[in-house]
Design a protein around this ligand. Structure first.
Ligand SMILES: Nc1ccn([C@@H]2O[C@H](COP(=O)(O)OP(=O)(O)OP(=O)(O)O)[C@@H](O)[C@H]2O)c(=O)n1
Ligand SMILES: C[C@](O)(CO)[C@H](O)COP(=O)(O)O
Length: 244
């Protein structure tokens, strides 16, 4: 089932504790602009994104939301103490015309280097599979701990994937899965986890490893390098940089 365009919820209500700045990390300067603006501009410039709901912390004055970014409508919602609660708030703030069967993307405000063509492939293949997420293969050997610092298992090479965002699911199914996990008191770290607990097997769509999440200051330096590589031949326009 080919879907034309999809709305995107952008959770941006975190505190950025691991980043350790004097403001939430989504507002720290990245190449001269607040990090969040790079992410939102990138999403707004992605043809398959119909609109954006950005989820901000209650009373947040770190960034003045606009009604549109270019031709892309921009709505706001108020976040919660946990990321999953912020995502739920964003899903509930979608326009009425986005029904339960509509596929919706969820993308971290903290991921400014996402590639538009990766999002397009996720929308195409993830929708056909009933839901999916961008993911990058992990090069290191992964160990599963037994709760202490002892090795419980080693993940085989073909099973090692790093979940990214965006993640794409049907609005109604994702709301139900997140509400169920919330009712069960389960901490949900990404949308796929809630959907897996509800019995779904989301499709892994390989995305560029440059789609990093800015969590610490070291990540910010890498994001600045990655963005600089995407500029065109000095003309100041976004290149078609392959991100490699
Ligand atoms: N209650 C929360 C927590 C996180 N987020 C958002 O979810 C994305 C990914 O979360 P993460 O990187 O963990 O951000 P923080 O929670 O801010 O980071 P930390 O855990 O270091 O405080 C970020 O864009 C963040 O703003 C959110 O909207 N609401
Ligand atoms: C949602 C996410 O960005 C998918 O990769 C990731 O799970 C967030 O991880 P964190 O533990 O909140 O840093």
């Amino acid at each position: 089932m080919a879907i034309e365009r999809s709305w995107c919820v952008v959770p941006a209500a975190g505190r950025g504790a691991r980043f350790g700045a004097d403001r939430p990390k989504q507002y720290v300067a990245l190449a001269g602009r607040p990090l969040i603006e790079w992410t939102l501009d990138r999403l707004a410039a992605t043809p398959c994104i119909a609109g954006i709901v950005v989820v901000l912390a209650a009373g947040d004055t770190g960034w003045r939301a606009r009604e549109r970014i270019g031709d892309t409508p921009l709505l706001t919602a108020t976040g919660a103490g946990e990321r999953s609660g912020s995502v739920l708030a964003g899903l509930r703030a979608l326009p009425r015309e986005v029904g339960d069967d509509a596929f919706v993307l969820v993308h971290d405000a903290a991921r400014p280097c996402v590639r538009s063509d990766d999002i397009a492939r996720l929308v195409e293949h993830g929708a056909a599979a009933g839901g999916g997420l961008l993911a990058a293969p992990v090069r290191d050997t992964l160990k599963r701990a037994d709760g202490e610092t002892r090795v419980a298992a080693t993940e085989p090479r073909e099973a090692r994937w790093r979940a990214l965002t965006p993640q794409l699911f049907r609005r109604g199914e994702l709301v139900a899965a997140l509400e169920r996990a919330q009712a069960e008191g389960i901490t949900i770290t990404d949308e796929s986890m809630a959907m897996e607990r509800a019995g779904h097997r989301p499709l892994l769509v390989e995305g560029a490893e440059s789609n990093i999440k800015v969590t610490t200051p070291a990540d910010l330096a890498l994001a600045e390098y990655l963005l600089s590589r995407e500029w065109g031949m000095g003309n100041g326009e976004w290149g078609m940089g392959n991100g490699e």
